[in-house]
Design a protein around this ligand. Sequence first.
Ligand code: OXD
Ligand code: MN
Length: 613
Amino acid sequence: MPSTSTPTESPVTETAPVPPTTRADLRDWVSEIARVTKPERIQWVDGSLGERQELIAEMIASKTLIPLDGELRPNSFLARSNPDDVARVEGRTYICSRSERDAGPTNNWVDPDEMRSTLSGLFAESMRGRTLYVIPFLMGPVGSPVTRVGVEITDSPYVVVSMGMMTRMGRVALDVIEDGAPWVKAVHTVGAPLAQGEKDVPWPCNETKYISHFPEDREIWSFGSAYGGNALLGKKSFALRIASAMARDEGWLAEHMMLVRITSPEGQVAHIAAAFPSACGKTNFAMMQPTLPGWQVETLGDDIVWMWIDENGLLRALNPEAGFFGVAPGTSDATNPVAIQTLWGNTIFTNVALTDDGDVWWEGLTKEKPAHLTDWTGQGWTPESKTPAAHPNSRFTVAIDQCPTAASEWADPRGVVVDAIVFGGRRSDTMPLVTEARSWTHGVYLGATMASERTAAAEGTLGELRRDPFAMAPFTGYNVGDHWAHWLSIGERLRVSGRFPRIFHVNWFRRDDEGRFMWPGFGDNIRVVKWMMDRMRGEIGGVDSPVGTLPKLGDLDLRDLDMDVSAASEILSVDANEIERDARDVQTLLTLVGDTVPPALWTENSATIDLCR
Ligand code: OXD
Ligand code: MN
């Protein structure tokens, strides 16, 4: 980072604590960032309970956190963000690779030197009056071949406490650094320096926002936002954008997926990794309560999966995170009782509504709306109010070990062997309830071309169909076509053992002519998983279609479901005209991606169209 200040100025040395590391590269980097950003003090985060309690006490005093009722929601807090800082800002998210080609057409690219010069202006003195926290953190458990280390510098105590739930933070990570591990640099500021004596606001941030990634240097610089996806840099920025670039170079995969273990009544076990675009029910799938008797779903992760090929040629996976940062609205005892149980306490809620007795509420939590609430902006709210009580992208942050269905292996450094990969999107039409890919290459095509109707997790027009390759459109830290080629190369390597995970595509969101959802979803999705597992056991055939193998009507377990045969056969079938139209629409994406599209995917596109004829 080029510096704008003179080297003789050194405002923090008297108050800076002795760094708890012998690593000169880490000490020098922290000093350099402090020299540029000029914080009032520096704090090395150790991850202890005492430290967390102190930070929480400070945030209660500054009104960043509102304590919830101790009986109703023990040790839990509500944060209300600045109303302009409620979601990821894809338009302000940059991949600053040396060549524009490496960022590809789906990322915003800025030349790294130019970005560094912009950032050096923005970061100069940006932490005045604040504490600079140094957060060492691990993505993944200690001892795994894919675990990676990061250090985030931030001036936000909300970020520190949240990172404490979302990652393995503090001493445990510093020990790995002490042992010589390389670490990723991540710098974050809310971009709201305080003048001498100036009173802070509960949610400092800046209108200007930059979420910048330097994949070759393995570096992240985030300016102006404290919203989780922009500021908890272990998550989207590191575990997806930077890690995907590392994974390409090193031969593994960093993907936007959830991970579960399914056990059938007969004891058959399968591990499934599934990619869905933001807010398409990934968390609900990860915490599913199956409606079929005797089935069990255990949770390993809800958002990010890292996968690698082990010494036996098997694809293994683990969740590098340690917490959930989930969307609150729509979560209820009916839709996701496991999440509701997970949130009993020790949770930070952001932008949900506050009940008069000091608990939280959001749209969908209860059938009946409370008679009076304080909405996410702090205003009084009644069911007659025209605006939602909770922001549609309001969130909960909670540690995974609070989840009653967490599999004990969620933190196993060896990960689990992946039996199936599932892609999905929110589509009112075109895509059937479930289909199995014809081959690994066809599966990669299904992942590359998946699409979803837009939701509130990111900016954009609600409902608009957006191609979201591998649900990674905003998260691949390099050229999207190279990402597809990388998936194909993983397939080549799996050929050695011949142990390919099966690949499926699902669509829980098909609607009928009246616009009603045709599939009940949630716990009934186990019926689709059961079909997948029957297929994996090689017990059942299927119906060939242009999008892969569809279930025969009798093979999908529809017992006790209020669904007539014509509706069932409709969601299990495809209309060749719709699929052909969709395949032609895919060509727009392939053409946009251009010369990095692996030829095999064009071949799959032509084959899809041919099969529609
Ligand atoms: C998320 C997202 O926050 O995908 O997980 O937007
Ligand atoms: Mn996500």
